[in-house]
Unconditional design. Sequence first.
Length: 113
Amino acid sequence: MFINPRGGKDQILELNKWKDRPGFIGIKAHPFWHRYQPIELLPIAVELTKMGKPLLIHAGFDEHGYYDVLLKKVPDLKLILAHAGFPLYSDAWEKIKNNKNVYVDLSQSSYPR
């Protein structure tokens, strides 16, 4: 499921609509693309943590990459940083090294050269 907190639909209502569908494994969000700060995903982060499901986030630059606030507010959130944490590679590796519930996916390898 893909969520955009500025997309005009209630995040929790959308989650409840789709969470029991076959194939639902978690939520993907793209703060950089949709131009919002990750803290706007707080309601979803709380619900996903209760469900034991992950949030995959495309970190992005500047304030769009401030996902730490979600981890501070919801420390047990299973957070996956898309594309090896691009563009915040060194920060991402520190996060996964020091947080048992933060991961990176390796779905894109053309960024680092």
